[in-house]
Design a protein around this ligand. Sequence first.
Ligand SMILES: [Ca+2]
Length: 221
Amino acid sequence: MNLFTVGQKARMRANLLSGGFHNALANSNKCTPPSGGVDTGCNGNINNFPYSNGFENGLGGWTQDNGDSLDWTRQSGRTPSGSTGPTRADQGSFYVYVEAFNPNFNKTAILNSPCLDFANGTTPTATFRYQMTGNAVGTLRLQASTGGAYTTIFTQSGDQGAAWRTANVDLSAYSGNDLQLRLVVNTSTSWQGDIAIDDLKISNASADKCDGIPAYNANNN
Ligand SMILES: [Ca+2]
């Protein structure tokens, strides 16, 4: 039994050979072909989201960088110097911060994320709380890499007041990839410049990537 006419078969064959079917899939709404992933060289493979870290039990999967000039400090309660740093954690009892007191002027402190596997899901985001207060606050950056150079995707500099503030960072440009994030602090030239982070969450909505593919029409050339 022939389900299709000779003309329909010819159009289907031509469409397949021309890549029309693949293009129809690739261009359909919310269906991006898998990238195959990229080896970023980071550690671990986080693919269960949201991935949260409030620093209550250490640094979690985040690690101190080996090539920077200053380490991050895990802290409970206020930082040692007055007129800078938070008085307490924003979430729970612990947070991480970069101490700006001498001899920590003009230094760089980097905290690296584990590998974040965004092969599934469509709308990855990073949210965290930060506190930057004092008359010599340097710069906080969140940077992202899929294996090559890092791109700055969030930056804040100078005194932001005593309150903890929220950062919401869109990572949808990295959907389908393995990603490494890092928090980078550059201290300034004086001591009232502590920069603190807490309640860090990486989310990745798990909607069906291929929702919304239109039914393929063999006659639609
Ligand atoms: Ca905390």
